[in-house]
Design a protein around this ligand. Structure first.
Ligand code: GLU
Length: 574
């Protein structure tokens, strides 16, 4: 524990010294963990990426335009978290007509995938780290098609312009961040894999914080897509290069065909919206479980008076945890890719159903077992296990443009560095490990089993909250595997119910239950809740929990933003 704490302090000190390079004014991260603005704002996980988004917003770009520029720079500067080799979900609010749209750019399994793809010869599941490495878990990347679809709907600036900040930085080089350097130094697999060794471990040693890194291969890919559109990513050399990397690795070689790339589609999904007190909370539906989890938890909490309780008191945490346990029980039973499995979304979010779920909770004592309920009319019976969660990857950013449009987007390559294999300067995801490794359980089919073309269940929870009049109140989301919903919920409740500043809500201790024990963020004041929660019957563990919450609160005085001090993000705006 002591050494852990020491590590954290060292990291924070380095982060403070890390300044933005590659633009005229250096930016001190700590000074930009929170900010205010009137016209436009971006909160994102890396200063260079946030600055790329800011420059697009300053030039009259839309929130979607800025999201594209930001995600391209994140591919370069925060390669461990997300990129064009991965997937994303985007929630959009259009200020002109008030419409909320959600875009699904989740990776899809190739035609060669099958329900038992993560089972070993003896029928037992592969150890998770073994399955995550190499070709087998690589899904068809969805980021590029999703961003192109959102740009066709909501872009203002030309597509090609949005790639220029990333192309310039990739050519000229950027300063390796302390967080990237730390993760590279800790990794034992990538120094053995030719594509990642060459890029991240020049001369056999991991890149250090502050080293200048150039990526001409990525610059070429981005130039091609800038000039020829997203389709160029899914055909020709770029997709062929991905297929070759996946096929020729010695770690879990796999087959992705040209047809797999050609047939990949981004999809517009129905937003998942619930009423919480006087607010309307909208998020991502299947294949993410994020919107349903948050919606169910809030729907249950409607039956308790959280605003009257002390913020993060044992009394309030108990109710949040019990509501979370019930929601996770339903998630395992019902939620997967709705193009393959009938997911009873309306039934799961029906206020009458959630009222019946709320009755299962007793203030002050833990319910023995949180079981799935009978939601909707579905005749299916599923039982799915949670996937492993690494929590060091994935990225969330929130944007508001000068026209009032809002984007809340979470992007991922799954675990840190994804499959740990690179193609043409970008990392490939290992998102298919988000499928349940066991296709059946006690003879019942598992909802989230793998299948050709299917998208693995996610917990990513990009969210926008609205007031009664339909005006945006909060844009928020986070990385963190299946803890994402809990992290995001913390900020929603702290801002809406406890009137906290969004930056304070973000830095408040993380307290999450995913159905099992309660995880409390180690080294924080929340550790003191342990005895009271244990007295109610809860099993409490202290854990490191690296959320990456980046949010914007729309207040009557203007825009207020917050960036998670657990990562390297900042807030910029005007
Ligand atoms: N793959 C995870 C999901 O889609 C995100 C991984 C992470 O946040 O670490 O839910």
């Amino acid at each position: 524990m002591t050494s852990l704490r020491t590590g954290k302090v060292t990291f924070l000190l380095l982060a403070t010294l890390f300044v933005l390079s590659g633009c005229d004014d250096a930016i001190d991260i700590d000074a930009h963990r929170r900010g205010t603005a009137d016209k436009y704002m971006i909160a994102a996980a890396n200063p260079l990426a946030a600055d790329a988004g800011r420059s697009i917003l300053a030039n009259g770009g839309s929130a979607v335009d800025a999201a594209i520029a930001t995600e391209m720079v994140l591919t370069l500067v925060e390669p461990q978290s997300s990129g064009i080799g991965g997937g994303a979900f985007l929630v959009h609010h259009d200020a002109a007509d008030g419409v909320v749209e959600t875009y699904d750019g989740r990776e899809a399994a190739p035609a060669s995938a099958h329900p038992g793809m993560f089972l070993q010869d003896d029928g037992t599941p592969m150890p998770w780290p073994k399955a995550a490495l190499g070709g087998r878990a690589v899904g068809i990347p969805g980021v590029m098609r999703m961003l192109a679809m959102a740009h066709a709907d909501h872009g203002v600036l030309p597509w090609a312009d949005l790639f220029q900040p990333a192309i310039r930085l990739a050519k000229e080089g950027f300063a390796v961040s302390p967080r990237l350097a730390g993760l590279l130094a800790a990794d034992t697999e990538m120094p053995e894999i030719p594509s990642t060794r060459e890029y991240f471990y020049p001369d056999g040693k991991p890149l250090k914080a502050g080293d200048t890194l150039r990526n001409p291969a990525l610059a070429r890919v981005l130039k091609t897509v800038a000039e020829h559109g997203a389709a160029a990513f899914y055909a020709g050399d770029i997709s062929a290069g991905i297929a070759e990397t996946v096929a020729t690795t010695t770690a879990n070689p796999a087959k992705i065909t040209a047809e797999d790339f050609a047939s990949y589609m981004a999809k517009k999904r129905d937003p998942v919206c619930v009423t919480y007190r006087v607010f309307r909370v909208c998020g991502m539906g299947p294949p993410s479980s994020g919107g349903i989890l948050i919606g169910q938890i809030l729907g249950v909490l409607n039956h308790f008076d959280l605003p009257s309780m002390t913020p993060f008191s044992a009394e309030a945490v108990h109710l949040i945890v019990e509501a979370s346990r019930l929601a996770f029980a339903d998630r395992g039973m019902y939620v997967a890719d709705s193009d393959f499995i009938p997911v009873p979304v309306a039934g799961l979010l029906d206020p009458r159903y959630l009222a019946s779920r709320a009755k299962l909770i007793s203030p002050g004592s833990r319910m023995q077992q949180a079981l799935p309920g009978r939601a909707g009319r579905t005749a299916w019976h599923f039982r799915a296990a949670d996937g492993a969660e690494k929590g060091l990857s994935t990225t969330h950013f929130s944007i508001r443009d000068r026209y009032g449009n809002v984007v809340s987007i979470t992007a991922s390559i799954e675990r840190a560095f994804g499959s740990k294999h690179m193609s043409q300067g970008f990392l490939l995801n290992n998102e298919l490990t988000d499928f349940s490794f066991r296709p059946t359980s006690n003879g019942h089919p598992v909802a989230n089993a793998a299948a050709p073309g299917k998208r693995p269940r996610s917990t990513m929870s990009p969210t926008i909250v609205f007031d009664k009049a339909g005006k945006p109140v909060l844009a928020i989301g986070s990385p963190g595997g299946s803890r994402i919903a809990g992290y995001t919920l913390k900020v929603i409740l702290a801002v809406l119910d406890w009137n906290m500043h969004v930056a304070d809500a973000i830095s408040a201790p993380n307290i999450v239950s995913r159905g099992g024990p309660i995880d409390i963020e180690a080294g924080t004041a929340a550790e003191s809740l342990k005895p009271a929660l244990e007295a109610m019957g809860h099993d409490v563990r202290l854990r490191e929990m690296t959320s990456g919450l980046h949010g914007i609160h729309f207040t009557p005085e203007g825009l207020t933003g917050g960036a998670d001090p657990r990562r390297e993000g900042i807030v910029l705006g005007e």
